[in-house]
Design a protein around this ligand. Structure first.
Ligand code: NAP
Length: 265
């Protein structure tokens, strides 16, 4: 029997087969969850619908998380289809390309607001809108990155947004704890996705990561999917407000050197 058998799980943020949301969706399917998928805009419908079919998902809804009315309608539609919800995955972020390549001090007011709105406030808004429809013991999770706690060149406003997202995770976990609803974040190592392509210097950073991380390996969407299963399942019943690193151990190393550098070559 799968770890998520009988659980209704909604995944927000599926763009294509490279999306972290796709790794999570597939892992949830494997573990027996009833799936619902939400995507950002009409443009994505063509790509998302065939993926949803692959995992036998019948509930596929468009939701732009900058729109309160769309979030409300999506929550109502989900409740109508599923009854109660057990798992909510927030795998959404956005920052303009300009903000992810020039110095952080040049971040525009509009760019800052946008990144915060889409990448942070949306988690709060989703939690609030879905609250009436969440089962006791429900699990909410979001995706974050190490650029929240240490400087990752070019990550800029997104690092600041991820810091706010991790803090929001703790505040939501505190508020929802008495209702036995858990809220956690997964901090994933760099993965080649559409969102990552917007970060200046990502290719080099991706390569350096595999050289410097203790496990000497990059992270895959399957790795993140498996960790998401743990956070969605009752195996993590007493874990909330946490940031779980799925990063081959990269965040634990203070001075990062490649093997060649270590050997003085
Ligand atoms: P992705 O496939 O591009 O997913 C990002 C998703 O956010 C897309 O589906 C995107 O839709 C959606 N989104 C943007 N604006 C939205 C809006 N207004 N309403 C609803 N959805 C919106 O990239 P990903 O790497 O899998 O990103 C998923 C999450 O993982 C993000 O939170 C990201 O920061 C995080 N993360 C990524 C990495 C990495 O290296 N890739 C590492 C750690 C954490 P559109 O394509 O239509 O904009």
């Amino acid at each position: 029997m799968g770890l998520l058998e009988g659980k209704n799980a909604l995944v927000f943020g599926l763009a294509n087969e490279r999306s972290i949301a796709w790794g999570i969706t597939q892992a949830f399917k494997r573990e027996g969850a009833n799936l619902g998928i939400s995507y950002a805009g009409e443009m994505l419908e063509k790509r998302v619908k065939p993926l949803a079919e692959q995992v036998g998902c019948k509930w596929v809804e468009e939701c732009d998380v900058t729109k309160d009315d769309q979030i409300k309608i999506t929550a109502e539609k989900a409740a109508k289809h599923f009854g109660k919800i057990d798992v909510l995955v927030h795998s959404i972020a956005f920052a303009g390309k300009d903000e992810l390549s020039r110095p952080y001090y040049e971040t525009s007011r509009e760019g800052f607001k946008n990144a915060m709105d889409i990448s942070v406030y949306s988690l709060v808004a989703l939690a609030n809108a879905f609250l009436p429809y969440l089962n006791p013991n429900a699990s909410i999770m979001c995706l974050t990155y190490y650029g929240s706690v240490k400087v990752a060149p070019n990550y800029n406003v997104m690092g600041v947004a991820k810091a706010a997202l991790e803090s929001s995770t703790r505040y939501l976990a505190y508020d929802l704890g008495p209702k036995k609803i858990r809220v956690n974040a997964i901090s994933a190592g760099p993965i080649r996705t559409l969102a990552a392509a917007g970060v200046g210097g990502f290719r080099d950073m991706y390569k350096h990561f595999a050289d410097a991380a203790p496990l000497r390996e990059n992270v895959t969407i399957e790795d993140v999917g498996n960790s998401a299963v743990f956070l969605a399942s009752d195996l993590s019943a007493r874990i909330t407000g946490e940031v779980l690193y799925v990063d081959s151990g990269f965040n634990t190393v203070g001075v990062q050197m490649t093997e060649k550098q270590e050997k003085g070559e």
